[in-house]
Design a protein around this ligand. Structure first.
Ligand code: UDP
Length: 415
């Protein structure tokens, strides 16, 4: 198949960890690679964020990234990109008239808008599969007036959902949200995100560490990721008499040498200082994916305490390296982390519950080991990108009739 991915703000080539660069970038890159490994040709259309970027870049054999001129060629918050989506759609039409894809897969609501707008202008129908990655309804529910999404999102997002031939929900919680948004359940398929099991595995180097129990968080440091809650939990652990713990925070918008300039680090440091635990917290800044497994292996436990989470790849990465997860029971973490088996679920926005879970786990190394082993086994059995690509391909096949055409050809060849 010729597959066109549309990912307006999240380039598969981006550096991860900043405000708008996380799971979606990883998802688009890994899914495209695996689809190419299965013999498909993938083109990823993403907005040009830098004037010096070439028009086309090969991500790997079979996957090409096309930089689309839509808006100024500089980094712009995704919440300010809506005005450029018409131009983005014009470019898609131009590309797709020259070479029409068999299937279009859009990522995030604005890409869906551009993709569906473009497909309507093509001479022949092309199916559109859409993955939201995050839903405006959920964001608004949790962030209220702090949600900086454009007001139009509330109207346009459901339109994207109902217009797509299939919406891929990355977890069961999202499927319920989509239904509530008006998407017909017969048009929803659940396919989770995955984890790179070659990179994230229990075997391999471990970062050196001191004698303290190491608690770790990884990811963007935006408020809803809940790193502040883990800092509050640390205070409670200290109050309970533990002076044998440290918190290592990976991620943020700055690389290691410039961590102090990150506004989110400043906010979290102020919080830690106010609680008197600043000396127990280390902010490391952005970390390359390649360096992450050794860091994760050095942790006793990884805390993922978001207010809400569309999917959450970090818990999978932790489990894949054999590190147990304390996770808020929200969104994708309800499916990926199994309470009492691969980690511990805590209620959202509950620092006390995080502290109790951590305290109990750190006192029980045998249980930590059991949870770690089970987490690794779960990622291997369910969350390889190979499996995600296979399941996504099945969705494409249903829409394009590719499977029936393939089996027809096979039958003809045998007769
Ligand atoms: N990530 C990274 N370096 C960082 C911070 C994050 O490589 O400094 C990666 C992380 O390993 C994961 C992704 O970014 O693969 C974050 O995805 P997730 O779904 O957990 O969160 P999102 O950012 O999409 O909300």
């Amino acid at each position: 198949m010729r597959i066109s991915m549309v990912s307006e703000h999240a380039s598969p080539l981006a550096t991860l960890g900043g405000v708008d660069a996380g799971g979606q970038n990883v998802h688009v890159a890994a899914l495209s690679r695996e689809l190419a490994a299965r013999g498909h040709t993938v083109t990823v259309f993403t907005r040009r964020e830098d004037a010096t970027l070439p028009d086309r870049v090969e991500l790997c054999p079979g996957v090409e990234v096309v930089h689309v001129d839509a808006g100024p060629p500089e980094r712009i918050s995704k919440d300010e990109l809506l005005p450029f989506m018409d131009v983005f759609a014009d470019h898609l039409v131009e590309h797709w008239r020259e070479e029409t894809p068999d299937v279009v897969h859009s990522h995030f609501w604005m890409s869906g808008l551009a993709a569906e707008g473009a497909v309507r202008r093509l001479p022949r129908p092309v199916p559109v599969v859409h993955t939201f990655h995050a839903l405006g309804t959920v964001k608004r529910r949790h962030q209220g007036l702090e949600d900086t999404s454009p007001a139009e999102r509330a109207v346009l997002e459901p339109m994207v959902g109902t217009a797509a031939d299939v919406v891929i929900a990355t977890c069961s919680d999202e499927a319920f949200e989509l239904k509530a948004m008006g998407v017909d359940t017969s048009h929803i398929s659940v396919v989770p995100c995955g984890v790179d099991l070659d990179l994230f595995s229990p075997e391999g180097p471990t970062e050196p560490r001191g004698p303290k129990h190491r608690i770790m968080t990884v990811g963007r440091l935006v408020q809803r990721k809940g790193v502040g809650l883990t800092i509050s939990a640390l205070r409670q652990l200290v109050d309970e008499g533990r002076d044998d713990v440290e918190l290592v925070v990976l991620g943020g918008s700055r690389p290691p040498g410039q961590v102090d300039e990150d506004a989110d680090v400043q906010r979290l440091r102020t919080h830690a200082r106010a609680l008197g635990v600043e000396h127990l917290v280390t902010f490391r800044g952005q970390i390359r994916q390649a360096d992450l497994p050794a860091a994760l292996r050095s942790a006793d436990v990884v805390v993922c305490a978001p207010w809400y989470e569309p999917f959450g790849i970090v818990p999978l990465e932790a489990m894949a390296t054999g590190t147990p997860v304390v996770a808020a029971a929200v969104g994708g973490l309800i499916d990926s982390v199994v309470d009492g088996v691969t980690g511990v679920h805590v209620p959202p926005r509950d620092a006390e519950a995080i502290a109790s879970a951590l305290g109990a786990l750190l006192d029980d190394p045998a249980r930590l080991r059991r949870l770690g082993l089970a987490g690794h086994a779960r990622t291997v059995s369910r969350y390889s990108w190979q499996r995600v690509a296979r399941d996504t391909e099945s969705v494409y096949d249903q829409l394009t009739g590719a499977r029936s055409a393939r089996s027809r050809r096979r039958k003809e060849a045998h007769s």
